[in-house]
Design a protein around this ligand. Structure first.
Ligand code: THU
Length: 157
């Protein structure tokens, strides 16, 4: 038996002003994307923004539906739009934030498992790391790769 360890490094920032210019712009896009949230059931608004390798930004927001499983998270709304619009380009970063009535939660919004799986596959498809930036009012977390938030992804087929 060998003891193994998975180590996760990530950075915590006090505000988006501490981020580098590119990440700050992406964070601001995620915050503004919250305005597109349609959440009549949960009343929880999520905004996401994907950075494409050519510098473009694609936004998304959570969309709910009376037939609950028909709705979609902000991150997947953004990634699927990005995947459809830029099929041959890598998504190099994704930022997300969440809150109620447009007020961002103190602790960063963290992506659900399904969204992490989709991030992992787009990262694998591109063969380039996708960083993940989770934005809260009081702190921001930055992970340099999707592997850090979804280790041991299924990739056997
Ligand atoms: N939601 C997201 O948009 N992203 C996540 O990663 C988790 C949850 C949305 C789905 C639903 O509209 C609302 O937040 C409450 O779960």
């Amino acid at each position: 038996m060998t003891e193994k360890e998975i180590k996760i490094d990530f950075q915590e920032y006090k505000s988006i002003d501490e981020l580098n210019q590119e990440d700050k712009e992406l964070a601001q896009a995620a915050i503004s994307a919250m305005q597109g949230s349609y959440a009549p059931y949960s009343h929880f608004n999520v905004g996401a923004a994907v950075r494409i390798e050519n510098g473009d930004i694609v936004k998304g927001a959570n969309q709910e539906n009376a037939a609950f499983p028909s709705g979609l998270c902000a991150e997947r709304t953004a990634m699927f739009a990005a995947g459809a619009a830029y099929p041959d380009k890598a998504m190099t970063s994704i930022a997300l934030t969440g809150g109620v009535m447009g007020r961002i939660c103190a602790t960063p919004a963290t992506p659900c498992g399904a969204c992490r799986q989709v991030m992992a596959q787009y990262q694998a498809k591109a063969g380039k790391k996708m960083s993940v930036i989770m934005i809260g009012k009081d702190k921001i977390w930055k992970f340099h790769s999707v592997d850090d938030i979804l280790p041991l992804i299924f990739d056997s087929i």
